[in-house]
Design a protein around this ligand. Structure first.
Ligand code: FES
Length: 497
């Protein structure tokens, strides 16, 4: 027997929507659609919902399962699931009025603009249509729009993933002119935080961020209409220094500090990819890692000559320097078995983007690397209550969710309380923190509301950008007593003598 909650609303009877719980017998691999039918049969309830093909092809059955858009006909039902309509005006129960999006699509004049000069060029090779094909399989379920954290609060400003994908379908077609690029900017292409929630919920596995939004930003740059001013500085910094942030005002960089007294004859099979933030700004996180590794008798090299992974450039559509960065890092790390990253964004970039530029290093996030190597007997008790924030570039970018939790649960005395939605975007990514600070702050405040519910005195994470953004929101909400701490610094505390 399983219990599920369904949001009910009949505008003729109810003042507002309400949740109702139902118990049903779960059959093997029962889908949400089957469960709704079973509820109606068992309770004579007449819950209204849409479906047609029952095969994941028509998109009509989309709704929200535990807050994320999904197809009812393809998603298995589980005990405790909460079923709600998409974030659109409710007609009845799970049926929503999709006119807002249908009308918007109609008003956007969404069709190929083939200039006169291209009209006779119908002789296209299949590979020339490869990019547009990757974003053409949408079944218009709108799950991505109901799951996008930016659309939720900034729907007037950001058209959202569905429309970005729609626009990209034309932009990637070689016959199309580029007359639509200003429209794409106006529809908010720079508002996306690169959280990839849209990709996670898309039933057709369309890489809406990576294959549509990021590429659109790149086309905009190549046509001299972008990037935004706030992003131009990153390009200048990397071009001049190979780093996306400025050299430390005092002291040495982390890599210089670590290598100044190092015996060059001692070589480890592991190498640390520091990323720009740990090398130039958060050296203390790098030193914390070295303390943790030392406590566990693990040697690691921190090779000189390594450069920015290119993440802030790729995310903002500035790809001119990437090949050079990839080639440099490939050469620096070529003799190591494992390259360990300590920043979720760097790890996701090395794993997901660098192979497209010809580099296939064996990369592990620090949580993956450490989880089976930590000596728990050497840890001391930490009398703290903490919660964990999943960085988007770790949870969705690298599919790593369990390892950090396993590490937290190893620390004696530590009380770990989960948030309701620990993997919800904090708003810092995709160049949004620097270019659209109001979006970043609004999303981070949403995180703060969940953090408060956990009674945690510290939020643990493993991404410098999430850490900074969430701390900014905590401070702005007067919660300076709650600190955002890097997982590695928490471990350093657990291993401190
Ligand atoms: S009923 Fe057609 S996609 Fe689910």
């Amino acid at each position: 027997m399983i219990t599920i909650k369904v949001l009910r609303f009949d505008p003729e009877k109810d003042e507002k929507p309400y949740y109702k719980e139902y118990e049903i017998e779960k059959t093997e691999q029962m889908k949400v659609l089957d469960a709704l039918t079973a509820i109606n049969d068992k309770y004579n309830e007449n819950i209204s919902f849409r479906s047609s093909c029952r095969a994941g092809q028509c998109g009509s059955c989309s709704l929200k399962i535990n807050g994320s858009g999904a197809l009812a006909c393809k998603s298995e039902i589980n005990d405790g699931d909460i079923i709600e309509p998409l974030d659109l005006p409710i007609i009845k129960d799970l049926i929503v009025n999709r006119e807002i999006y249908d009308d918007k699509a109609a008003s956007m004049d969404l069709e190929l603009n083939i200039p006169e000069s291209n009209r006779l060029n119908l002789d296209l090779k299949p590979e020339e249509l490869e990019d547009t094909k990757k974003v053409r399989t949408c079944i218009e379920c709108y799950s991505c729009l109901s799951s996008c954290p930016v659309v939720k609060d900034f729907g007037d400003e950001y058209a959202g993933p569905y429309f970005m994908r729609y626009l990209s379908k034309f932009e990637f077609d070689p016959r199309n002119d580029n007359e639509r690029l200003n429209q794409i900017i106006e529809e908010g292409v720079y508002d996306c935080t690169s959280c990839r929630k849209c990709e996670e919920v898309c039933p057709k596995n369309i890489k809406i961020y990576g294959k549509a939004i990021e590429k659109l930003r790149s086309i905009i740059t190549n046509n001299d209409l972008g990037p935004l001013d706030a992003h131009k500085n990153i390009n200048r910094m990397v071009r001049e220094t190979n780093r996306s942030v400025s050299y430390p005002k005092e002291g040495l960089s982390f890599i210089e500090e670590v290598n100044k007294d190092k015996d060059p004859s001692k070589k480890s099979k592991y190498a640390l990819f520091t990323g720009c933030m740990v090398d130039y700004r958060l050296q203390k996180v790098g030193h914390a890692l070295l303390d943790v590794l030392k406590a566990n008798d693990i040697d690691i090299d921190v090779p000189e000559g390594q450069v920015c992974c290119g993440s802030p450039l790729i995310r903002t559509g500035q790809t001119d320097l990437i090949q050079n960065l990839v080639d440099t890092n490939k050469e620096v790390f070529k003799d190591y078995d494992t390259v360990v990253t300590i920043c979720a964004g760097c790890g996701a970039t090395l794993k997901n983007d660098h192979p497209e530029y010809g580099s296939n290093l064996n990369v592990q996030d620090i949580s993956e690397f450490l989880v089976d190597k930590l000596d728990v007997s050497k840890m001391k008790e930490l009398d703290k209550t903490v919660t964990w924030h999943d960085p988007c570039h770790l949870a969705r970018g690298q599919n790593i969710r369990e390892e950090p939790r396993r590490i937290l649960n190893m620390i004696p005395g530590l009380k770990f309380n989960e948030m309701d939605n620990p993997a919800k975007c904090c708003g810092a990514g995709g160049g949004v923190k620097s270019a659209k600070p109001e979006i970043a702050m609004t999303l981070a405040k949403d995180r703060v509301n969940e953090i408060k519910e956990t009674d945690a005195e510290a939020v643990i994470s493993i991404c410098p950008f999430c850490q900074r953004n969430i701390q900014d929101a905590l401070d702005e909400e007067g919660l300076e007593n709650i600190h955002v701490i890097n997982l590695i610094e928490l471990l350093q505390e657990a291993y401190a003598e």
